[in-house]
Ligand binder design. Sequence first.
Ligand SMILES: Nc1ncnc2c1ncn2[C@@H]1O[C@H](COP(=O)(O)OP(=O)(O)OP(=O)(O)O)[C@@H](O)[C@H]1O
Ligand SMILES: [Mg+2]
Length: 288
Amino acid sequence: MSAPLLSAKNLSVRFGGVLAVNNVSFDVKPGEVFTLIGPNGAGKTTVFNLISRIYTPTTGEIDYQGPHGKVKLTAQAPQDVATLGIARTFQNIELFEHASVLHNLLIGRHTHRQTGFWQDLFFTQAVRDAELRSREKAEEVIDFLSLQHYRDTFVAGLPYGVRKVVELARALCTEPRLLLLDEPSSGLNVEETDDMAFWIQDIQHELGISVLMVEHDMGLVSKVSDRVLAMNQGEVLATGTPREVQSDPGVIEAYLGTVDDVSSLRRSNSARIGVTTSATTGSSGGAA
Ligand SMILES: Nc1ncnc2c1ncn2[C@@H]1O[C@H](COP(=O)(O)OP(=O)(O)OP(=O)(O)O)[C@@H](O)[C@H]1O
Ligand SMILES: [Mg+2]
């Protein structure tokens, strides 16, 4: 079996009195889509911020299989995370509003540049080659995500659903080996969410990129995830296939209250929340 791409070991982080992440361990295998689920405030985005080195864990560490071998991610500087092949999108879209789609993608590429200050200043052959490669990559990603129509449009003028795809495009332009997606379907309608599922599957299968995702939409989670980790109040509740995790009684309770609450909710609202009669008996079901 191949070594994990990313291995989080006993991660904890405390903000004052809040233990936002409490002894969380998981592996992301090469080529898989691994999804973190859990109610609001469970600690999912904080896990992403630990991987991105925005936060330093209070305890625990993260190993990562970088382009030049295994590194301790928790010992890296935040600005080096992107050069190790980790890209992310944010829960709240973070794009340059007053720049075109193409320019946003080229700005994303700059984390990838290997040329130095003096080379840039004198516009050396290496700089020209890097610039050319950036433009080729940006055009390739625009084609891959069918953004041709919006290529020269300012982000400020784009519908929300398109902006989400542009954010995804910007992350792909850095040519990541691990892509972190924080709630890729939030704010999207049903059709846009279906499209997002296809993009994620194409990213996994056609580009061979591993995906670590945070997501609330259980339809999307079930469709694209190889494995799921459920968290609540900073702790791991369950890890397994989407079906195993959704039918875990602890997970159902964390989302919906007690198992008795689930029975009445299910009767009144089964279609909307996607919980089936078998959810509490352990064979299938969902919680959203
Ligand atoms: N910088 C911070 N300072 C203080 N508390 C924080 C900070 N970041 C996160 N928290 C707290 O840590 C907990 C986990 O937050 P986090 O954003 O990781 O949750 P989440 O699972 O992503 O929730 P959601 O589904 O709402 O996005 C929350 O109680 C939050 O208030
Ligand atoms: Mg979050």
